[in-house]
Design a protein around this ligand. Structure first.
Ligand SMILES: Nc1nc2c(ncn2[C@@H]2O[C@H](COP(=O)(O)OP(=O)(O)OP(=O)(O)O)[C@@H](O)[C@H]2O)c(=O)[nH]1
Length: 388
């Protein structure tokens, strides 16, 4: 039998991916629009936000057309590309295809940013005299990456934006120098370099901070798991400790009737310690713990260390007589497997008392009855099992 699994520690505070929205109606709407709570919901809401931004950007582009600043056809093509890519990403993520296709980055942030950078640089080409303000949009796009990108990826996105914008500026200047005079492009390039540089430095710093925080969260998770292990298991044998056994007994006493509670005490253990030393005594305890785990039914039965050289067995749906048969099988197994590596061979034996738990109100009493039965087994010569 393997050691029973203990309840896992709760996650550290603030580790949930997204806080649930308050109010039943808000929760229903959020579930319908954003999907079930978790990482995927955060991705959907981010993509929805970016769709909203590009929808407004499309409106501004159309306003520029109406004001005679932008070419109608080019602005139309750009708007169609911008909204179809943003909508496409939203569909991909909301439908869960982003996870089903197992891409290296399920939030698809890099892909979304590349599309957005292409769109914004395209807008710079078509926005005529108002194109300078488009540089602000590039900063918005890079800001989206703050929450997800690693420093190297943030650097790459800033570089891509700078190169693409520079290409559009040079091409505009070469192909249409009247609308794209060199002086204006140089000023725009300087402002773009300043803006993109500052945002990318902030994004990189933010990325490092996120990496540090996630490292600390992992350390905290591991520390909590260690604390949980120390609080619930016996350090020497790895079995559930007395506190955990009591909790398990309380839980199982509700619906596992008949529930047998067996108290086991290794015989003459002081003599083992005195004759062979404490180290061998410790090994004997671990040896017994392993044999007991192997003997019992893995899915339901529980063995734990009650303290010192005492062990407690919880045998759900087991009447006293069957419990005695189970304990006798364990005794035979112990007889067949003396503690190895000790000369002369060290044979272990134990005395056991079986109690029959009659429900949640009987917990203290059944332990007491099993204890008394175990003492009767000691008095009757040890190496035997007594029923309550
Ligand atoms: N090595 C080791 N010894 C332990 C541990 N816990 C308790 N003991 C020893 O177990 C011995 C129990 O001795 P007693 O209570 O006198 O009982 P006993 O010698 O087993 O005799 P009976 O129970 O009457 O058969 C003591 O010497 C304890 O020091 C432990 O974790 N490791």
């Amino acid at each position: 039998m393997s050691a029973p699994s203990l309840p896992p520690p709760s996650p550290p505070p603030g580790s949930s991916a997204a806080a649930p929205p308050s109010g039943p109606l808000t929760r229903t709407v959020a579930r319908w629009v954003l999907g079930p709570a978790g990482k995927q919901r955060v991705r959907v809401s981010q993509t929805l936000l970016s769709l909203g931004v590009f929808l407004l950007f499309a409106l501004i582009l159309q306003a520029a057309v109406l004001l005679g600043l932008a070419d109608e056809r080019a602005a139309g093509v750009l708007t169609a590309f911008s909204l179809s890519t943003a909508g496409g990403f939203l569909l991909l993520i909301r439908s869960g295809l982003n996870e089903a296709l197992h891409p290296p980055e399920p939030s698809l942030t890099l892909a979304q940013m590349v599309c957005a950078i292409v769109e914004v640089c395209g807008a710079y080409a078509v926005m005529g005299a108002a194109r300078g303000v488009v540089i602000v949009m590039l900063m918005v796009v890079l800001t989206f990456g703050m929450f997800v990108l690693r420093p190297g990826q943030a650097r790459a996105m800033a570089l891509l934006a700078a190169l693409l914008l520079a290409t559009v500026m040079v091409l505009g200047n070469r192909l249409d120098p009247e609308r794209h005079p060199s002086e204006v492009e140089i000023v725009h390039a300087a402002i773009a370099a300043l803006a993109l540089g500052s945002v990318s430095i902030l994004t990189i710093r933010f990325g490092r901070m996120r990496a540090r925080l996630s490292g600390q969260r992992e350390e905290l998770r591991q520390a909590l798991a260690r604390i949980h292990e120390m609080a619930t298991r016996d350090e020497l044998t790895g079995l559930p400790n007395r506190r955990t056994l009591r909790e398990m007994l309380e839980r199982r006493s509700v619906d596992a009737a008949p529930l047998a509670v067996v108290l086991i005490d290794l015989d003459h253990f002081k003599r083992i310690n005195d004759e062979h030393g404490h180290q061998i005594g410790d090994r004997a305890l671990c040896h017994f713990a392993r044999l007991a785990q192997e003997e019992l039914r893995g899915s339901t039965d529980i063995v734990g260390r009650w303290g010192g050289e005492e062990f407690l067995l919880l045998l759900p749906e087991t009447a006293s007589m069957s419990a005695r048969a189970c304990v006798d099988r364990l005794r035979q197994r112990l007889g067949r497997h003396p503690l190895p590596g000790v000369a002369p061979t060290l044979a272990l034996s134990f005395s056991a008392g079986v109690g029959d738990c009659r429900g949640p109100d009987d917990i203290e009493a059944v332990i007491e009855r099993a204890d008394q039965a175990m003492y009767r087994a000691k008095e009757a010569g040890r190496g035997r099992t007594e029923l309550e």
